[in-house]
Ligand binder design. Structure first.
Ligand SMILES: Nc1ncnc2c1ncn2[C@@H]1O[C@H](COP(=O)(O)OP(=O)(O)OP(=O)(O)O)[C@@H](O)[C@H]1O
Length: 282
């Protein structure tokens, strides 16, 4: 569905994206994870035709997006962080305006508002909505023309937990309808919950790309967490599961009666991220 080949982007002397090659399959949810400045948004902007790559080629449905901008707009929906709604118009009027541009019926506007639970607020001015509601309007607008591919930049960033959960659920629904989805996030739980595959970016490069479970198997370390008594104090220690010495430590703590609790902890995407980028995820 989407194919990037050796795509780079420089801003003056700054190389923001460095020779990215990967593809996203039809109906797949692809999540970009990466620290600030890794190049996620720049990549997304290039994939939507908003920025021209300095080098390389991007195909959507076999079309080179630099050469087929008009066709591209009919196929994609875009939700970026910057608020770009008509603040003084109502929810409904914002959507109607875009429906007219896309040649979409008013029934579809109602359908989209209904699925994002916007009907009750359709007459409210956008500038009086909270960030979570505005984000719903942006998503509704991006989906009016039933795009084959939806791009979302930080879809739940800064939202209250209810709005974030609703948007995540809605992303899952759109996926079941066969839409290909590309999103960026700083939230590893979100990346894991939503994405079929995750691409981890660091300093403009894709440092790993796989499904979340394989990333954890390849880069993460499962551990055993223990709590035990030592010299009248409770000590908490984690031991690497794969380490031979762990067996001896655990055996010794169990047989001496020091052990209070022990449980295994699966590797997380946060561990993978720390190993690959040397930084912590928020
Ligand atoms: N228009 C621009 N002009 C100059 N430099 C830019 C521009 N846009 C992005 N950059 C630089 O390119 C690099 C990648 O930025 P980008 O916004 O793609 O990162 P990101 O991974 O999306 O980060 P964040 O998580 O903070 O949004 C950064 O060093 C940024 O400062």
């Amino acid at each position: 569905m989407i194919q990037l080949t050796e795509v780079s982007k420089s801003f003056q002397k700054k190389l923001a994206v460095d020779r990215l090659s990967f593809s996203v399959g039809k109906g797949e949810v692809f999540g970009f994870l990466g620290p600030n400045g890794a190049g996620k948004t720049t990549t997304l902007r290039m994939m939507t035709g908003l920025l021209q790559p300095t080098n390389g080629e991007i195909l959507i449905n076999g079309m080179n997006i630099s050469l087929h901008k008009k066709n591209l707009h009919a196929q994609i929906g875009v939700v970026f962080e910057l608020p770009n709604l008509y603040a003084r118009s109502s929810v409904r009027d914002n959507l109607i305006l875009f429906a007219d541009l896309y040649g979409v019926t008013s029934n579809r506007v109602i359908e989209v508002m209904d699925s994002l639970q916007l009907l009750e607020r359709q007459r409210v001015r956008v500038d009086s909505l909270s960030k979570g509601w505005k984000q719903r309007v942006l998503i509704a607008r991006a989906l009016l023309h039933k795009p084959k591919v939806l791009f979302l930049d930080e879809p739940t960033s800064g939202l209250d937990p209810n709005s974030a959960a609703l948007i995540r659920e809605y992303i899952k629904i759109i996926k079941t309808e066969g839409t290909t989805i590309v999103l960026t996030t700083h939230d590893m739980h979100e990346a894991e919950e939503l994405s079929d595959r995750v691409g981890i970016m660091h300093a403009g490069r894709m440092v790993a790309l796989d499904n979340p479970q394989s990333l954890k198997n390849d880069y993460g370390k499962a551990e055993i967490e223990t709590e035990y008594w030592q010299d009248g104090e409770i000590i908490k220690t984690s031991w690497p599961l794969a380490d031979e010495a762990t067996k001896d430590h655990i055996y010794q703590l169990m047989t001496s009666g020091q052990m209070i609790s022990l449980h295994s902890k699966e590797a997380s995407l946060a561990d993978v991220f720390a190993v690959l980028t040397g930084s912590e995820l928020s």
